[in-house]
Design a binder for this molecule. Sequence first.
Ligand SMILES: *Cc1c(COP(=O)(O)O)cnc(C)c1O
Length: 354
Amino acid sequence: MSKKLFIPGPIEVAPEILQAMASPMIGHRMPEYAALHKRVTDKLKELLFTRGKVFLATSSAFGVMEGAVRNLVGERCANFCNGAFSDKWHDVTKRCGKEADAIKVEWGQPITPELVDATLATGKYDSITLIHNETSTGVMSPLPEIAAVLRKYPEVVSIIDTVSSMSALKIPLDELGIDCCIFGVQKALALPPGLAVFTASAKALERSRTMEGRGYYFDFQEFAAMDEKDNTPSTPCISLIYALDRQLERIFTEGLEARWQRHLALAEYVRGWVRERGFDFLAAGPYRSLTLTCAVNSRDVDLADLKKKLGERGYAFDNGYGKLKGKTFRIAHMGDMQLADLQDFTRQIDDILR
Ligand SMILES: *Cc1c(COP(=O)(O)O)cnc(C)c1O
């Protein structure tokens, strides 16, 4: 039996999107592809509020997260770590042979502008990695305030992961001054996995130009050169790009404001349910994610059993990530999800726990 996904990624994909994936194949050096590529990147620029370059990479998010490190980390990188994905990004940075420090806070805590300021004031770093929305802990760090701090350090290139937040709220890249923003499409964008989107500011491209060991597949210079022809360095996942084209159309049909409002309403509904049922939150109020809620299992529910029973009813449930397994559970409220979907899901949980 297929399960409806309430896990924080991959996310439930609309039938219309699956259909778009079945579009007849075209060659990526044919004019048809260039037209598709331009249509998609133009719409992405609107979604990201940028006039800079937007690239499409055929990989999951970590492909570009590694690529960005290889292109943009010069002398030393500050990897801000507050969960599984950001911890991993530090590991990836080291594995790329780069000098890097993990600037760690406890899982469940945000990265604060004060921490970023104190870290960069040491003058040790020419680059940072930061995850806007730590999906493992349901923590959203205050990006506008962090971006304001980053503007004080123009020599630092900022690499920001928005995998599970992009499109759920306004993230105006140019206004914030983010150099490289990265997201996979299987979370906040509700597409099947396999495609990542990234941006590179003029500063980022300049940094990349002289960087040794960029490799080929994620070489930002290759992407920039091919972008001139509305194309990608190697064969892209064309089916997924058709799907993204359709999804962007759906996003703009809903309207950005309406989409942001819907995400807020969904988050408020789930938070209310968590509170009423006597569970705690891993994150403090202002830092609770808009796209997923990470609840602490303060009632000591057998989460593995709950997951199994929900599975039998056709619902995929997440009982915590990594070291938080069994101690927390996460409910996703992103992508195309509607209030009725979440009401149905929480009703099932209530029914099982009764
Ligand atoms: C899921 C996730 C990733 C990892 O993405 P892959 O597509 O599996 O490489 C990275 N960052 C965040 C915030 C995520 O939620």
